[in-house]
Design a protein around this ligand. Sequence first.
Ligand code: MN
Length: 250
Amino acid sequence: MAVKQTAGADQLGDFAPEFARLNDDVLFGEVWSREDKLSLRDRSLVTVVALMAQGLTDSSFKYHLLSAKNNGITKAEIAEILTHAAFYAGWPKAWAAFRMATEVWAEDNADDAKAEHENSMVFPIGRPNTGFAKYFIGRSYLAPLSTSQVGIFNVTFEPGCRNNWHVHHADKGGGQILVCVAGRGYYQEWGKPAQELHPGDVVNIPVGVKHWHGAAPDSWFSHLAVEVPGENGSNEWLEPVTDDVYSKLK
Ligand code: MN
């Protein structure tokens, strides 16, 4: 498939239409597009190193770093590529290239950790838990597993995320059961020390007990939340778990 490029026409179409055509139609439309000869990923690798070797770390370099990322070069790989090239192209050029690469691959640390967490469990992470976000500190995710008979939801907390103090109410029956599936987290009842949670741990939360649950400060965490059927069940959301309380956890 041809690589579509319009940078030449956009920036130099009036001033140098032939240069623009060679850039867009030949360099990108033909050379970059010969994927059967060399993959886009490999072409990105060659291009990034060639630009770095000349010390050309301008906006076009950033464009090629973004392309390299989109073409599948990972954060670990670009680090290795620039390190290797540094010995042949020059140390200061690698420094300049790394400054830009850290921006382009910046958000990948969080993404990698999230993907790693999802891979470590059999249940999906699901979607951002926007409906309950106002009762949480930090980002959480919700995957409904069962929505009939007994409600079962996989709740995932990013590191540092926890829900507010809350109480599950019901006139009869009710309450909540947590089944921990991945990562490391905490459960705490009002007036008691926090309890560290690991995959396989089960927590029975009776109705009327004020409590919170969430991730450890340095770990993603997922638990199944099982809604124990009851009459007139409701949740009462209270104050957030303050940094003062939460920071005492390890
Ligand atoms: Mn609860």
